[in-house]
Write a protein that binds this ligand. Structure first.
Ligand SMILES: [Zn+2]
Length: 467
């Protein structure tokens, strides 16, 4: 995951210089704003807020929680639309794990005495009897080989519970006893993520006493866990590609994304059926446009579980493929009547992970002035959506959202009644104009930025979504 994208970094660096006139040096003469509008119009005149509204109405009829039938229903609809528009479409499954706790009970018997342990959420249910081996904090590379077939005694701290369990699991341990590094509680955290061994936790004083016993001779423990485990489910990303003309191909890719999953029991009209609706509408509009750059539209699953779909997708990209991606536009919650307060740009803001401008924000803020919004779009710093993994790959990425958020955020009341067609239209036009500026065939690779007409100044705003 520690890939670095040198070309894009250079490209972004070039854009930083835009104020000194780089923008004006388009090949074949400096484009004026009329020419820019003519290019924009090829896209934005075709964008229909009604289409987007109808998509949201369909998707928000049932919650789309990851791993449920509701997600599958949404995925099938999205896939069908992409295919209808002529895109090469792939549904990419990936596993997600849900913790099960159902009348959990845990037993830890040592020398005929039950230490009454806590059962880690995610612990495998099972029964083992084996010798106890003290493995310290179970840091990778320090776990002794003799833990194989034994129960690992682990101290809390310095690395995550899941890493600790994984590290001894990898060495063949058959059970885990973890003791606290502070206080008097035996209850802490989730430890297991697919390792099929029972894992229980005890207090610090119980742990230190066990460390002494192990030092002084062989100690056998009996662990029995019931009612605990992980359920594996499947979530999905939907990926649609449109390859450029064979005779003019920059080899570059521009990505437009949103997440299709919702929170449990939430219809997720704004979060994020709105973003999906714009992804689909832009895919429809751009399907037959001449392009020299690959268009890649993706809707991610399991965003609400911690960006799992986008991380999965990013993890499947080879270095070479990541290098070809020049921009990622993420739309998450772009249509609420009740979001954005009285901020400028109708509350629309572009968030980057590092709080810095990049290719995406440069293009989109300028596009804001030329399209329905008619204003520059400010930018700020925030993660919490699927632009994060792309940023980590070194790809210029930004999240488009209205901030502050609406009162219905993550509630069962995030319904179609609160959707504003005008906001959908404005955001889709900005992304459409920006993406087409990259993808249209009249400019050479890596110099697309130079055709940005009338570069605009746009401000950083420290605007937390709840503010
Ligand atoms: Zn969201």
């Amino acid at each position: 995951m520690a890939k670095k994208k040198v070309m894009s970094v250079l490209l972004s660096a070039g854009l930083v210089l835009s104020a000194t006139g780089v923008y004006a040096q388009g090949p074949g003469g400096a484009p004026n704003s009329n020419a820019a509008s003519a290019f924009d119009n090829k896209i934005i005149k075709k964008i229909s807020a009604d289409n987007m509204y109808n998509t949201i109405a369909y998707l928000s009829k049932v919650p789309r929680q990851a791993g449920t039938e509701g997600e599958v229903r949404g995925v099938q609809y999205i896939k069908g639309q992409f295919e209808k528009y002529g895109y090469e479409t792939e549904v990419q499954p990936f596993p997600i794990y849900t913790v099960i706790r159902n009348n959990v009970s845990g037993l830890l018997e040592i020398g005929g005495q039950d230490l009454k342990p806590y059962v880690f959420s995610g612990s495998y249910s099972g029964e083992v009897t084996a010798e106890v081996v003290n493995v310290g904090k179970a840091i990778a590379g320090t776990v002794p080989d003799n833990v194989k077939g034994k129960i690992a005694l682990i101290e809390r701290g310095d690395n995550t519970f899941v890493e600790k369990v994984q590290n001894v699991f990898d060495k063949g341990a058959v059970g885990v006893i973890m003791y606290n590094n502070t206080g008097t509680s035996n209850e802490f955290g989730q430890a297991s993520y697919g390792q099929n061994i029972p894992a229980v936790s005890i207090t610090r004083s119980q742990g230190l006493s066990l460390v002494e016993q192990v030092k002084n001779g062989q100690v056998t423990a009996h662990i029995n866990v019931t009612g605990s485990g992980l359920e594996e489910k499947t979530s999905y990303n939907v990926i649609a590609k449109m390859k450029p003309n064979k005779n003019k191909d920059t080899g570059q890719v521009v990505m437009i994304g949103a997440h299709h999953d919702s929170v449990p029991n939430g219809p997720g009209a704004n979060d994020d059926a709105s973003g999906v609706s714009a992804v689909l509408e832009l895919a429809r509009v751009m399907a037959n446009m001449p392009i020299d750059t690959e268009l890649r539209f993706v809707t991610f699953g399991s965003e609400e579980l911690g960006l799992l779909g986008s991380y999965h997708y990013a993890g499947t990209l080879s270095n070479e493929e990541a290098d070809r991606i020049v921009a990622h536009f993420q739309m998450d919650m772009i249509g609420s009547k009740d979001a954005g307060g009285d901020h400028e740009a109708n509350g629309l803001i572009m968030y980057t992970i590092d709080g810095k401008k990049n290719l995406v924000t440069d293009l989109a803020s300028a596009a804001g002035t030329r399209t329905a919004l008619g204003e520059v779009v400010p930018y700020g710093q925030l993660g919490r959506s699927d632009h994060q993994p792309f940023h980590e790959l070194g790809i210029p990425a930004a999240l488009f959202i209205h901030s502050p958020l609406e009162p219905w955020y993550h509630k069962p009341t995030d319904t179609i009644e609160h959707i504003d067609k005008q906001k959908l239209q404005e955001t889709a036009e900005i992304i459409g104009a920006s993406v087409y500026q990259i993808a249209r065939p009249d400019t050479p690779a890596l110099e697309h930025s130079r055709v940005a007409p009338q570069p605009v100044d746009y401000d950083f705003e420290n605007r937390p979504p709840g503010a």
